[in-house]
Design a protein around this ligand. Structure first.
Ligand SMILES: Nc1nc2c(ncn2[C@@H]2O[C@H](COP(=O)(O)OP(=O)(O)OP(=O)(O)O)[C@@H](O)[C@H]2O)c(=O)[nH]1
Ligand SMILES: [Mg+2]
Ligand SMILES: [Zn+2]
Length: 337
């Protein structure tokens, strides 16, 4: 069997190297599934050499070599064009890369639950920080009383330029699916992020046209999902699109990212620059441009509060990171760019 890796997004413009080239399509329990020109193989993910540079993740291009006793091993992870990452929820100051080499990030939200603007802002920061295109997909529009207009308005208020796609995937009816399909072109890698139970795996299955991924009922009391998906898996659609399903994200710890924050809170950053004090927290300070904008109805106070809270969180993170570096840890796992 010979697989043309361009079908998995490989382009000759990317730097290659010695060894068998492949793309990681799944990582679980210390092992990776890798698609190579010779077919799909399973390799150990934590080969020492690969770890020395960076831990391989789904979407990575890697070079494999054959080790007499151990079989195929990842000898190197090729440079990433970009990656989607968040703050590691267990470690506070460490970046956790979720997926590499991504063209589009779809933020998936189920219309069976509220969409707190702060949650959306965090997902947007994670998405934009990668440099990929970002869109929001609202699922479960088929449900009775689904607040399509309200939630669409929330997204519009937080991020006016972000496309919003609405789908309802009950039974055979596949309302709106074609709009999502249109974003997933040949060779494009599209990752789905969202809370557990938001319908990511259901959406991937609908696009695939088969029940490839396991899906799970949400709890009826609070619409909470059950964390059905446990690994990040890249699947190829018949039209050549590449989709990465991911486990539901509980906490969206954002990684310090000036550019992405600028996209979400650019207007507030611009106003802050004209406050009298450069360290203004837009509370009781005199000559605060942000508070003035709130007072005349130009800016929503709650949005300012979220902005301030996020900045506090990032400042704490910077301090902890400095502390960590001082103790001699930060070198290997620091920020990649
Ligand atoms: N009515 C309706 N139900 C949906 C839709 N999309 C998903 N569901 C249901 O929502 C539940 C959760 O869907 P999943 O696809 O498992 O959600 P997930 O985001 O993959 O969840 P995790 O894997 O836990 O992160 C399942 O019972 C789905 O059948 C939709 O568009 N309409
Ligand atoms: Mg899932
Ligand atoms: Zn101010």
């Amino acid at each position: 069997m010979t697989i043309d890796l361009s079908a998995y997004g490989w382009s000759d413009a990317l730097p290659g190297g010695d060894g068998l080239l492949g793309r990681i399509v799944k990582v679980d329990r210390g092992e990776c599934d890798v698609v190579t020109a010779n077919g799909r193989v399973r390799v150990l993910s934590d080969s020492q050499r690969a770890q020395d540079q960076m831990a391989p993740v789904t979407g990575d291009w890697v070079l494999l070599h054959d080790e007499p006793e151990l079989g195929l091993l990842i000898s190197s992870v090729l440079p990433r064009s970009n990656s989607v990452s968040r703050r590691d929820p267990s470690e506070q100051v460490v970046e956790q890369v979720l997926v590499a080499n991504v063209d589009v990030v779809l933020i998936v939200h189920g219309l069976d639950r509220p969409l707190p603007p702060g949650r959306l802002e965090r997902f947007l920061v994670v998405g934009w920080d990668s440099g990929a295109e970002v869109a929001v997909v609202l699922t479960k529009a088929d449900k009775k009383g689904a607040p399509v207009d309200d939630v669409t308005a929330t997204v519009g208020a937080v991020a006016p330029d972000v496309p919003v796609l609405v789908v309802g995937l009950a039974g055979r009816a596949q309302e709106g699916l074609e709009h999502v399909a249109a974003m997933v072109g040949p060779g494009r890698t599209v990752v789905l992020l969202g809370e557990s139970g938001s319908g990511k795996s259901t959406l991937v299955n609908a696009l695939l046209g088969e029940e490839h991924l396991e899906t799970g009922e949400v709890r009826s009391v609070d619409s909470k999902g059950r964390h059905t998906t446990v690994s990040r898996e890249l699947v190829r659609l018949a039209n050549g699109g590449l989709l990465v399903d991911t486990p539901g994200i509980r906490s969206v710890g954002i990684w310090d990212s000036e550019e992405a924050l600028e996209r979400v809170f650019g207007d507030l950053e611009a106003l802050s620059a004209t406050c009298r004090y450069s360290d203004c927290v837009h509370g009781p300070e005199p000559d605060c441009a942000v508070s003035a904008a709130v007072a005349n109805g130009q800016v929503d106070r709650r949005r300012v509060d979220r902005y301030v809270a996020l900045n506090v969180e990032l400042e704490e993170q910077r301090q902890r990171e400095k502390e960590r570096e001082r103790r001699g840890h930060g070198e290997k796992r620091g920020r990649r760019r």
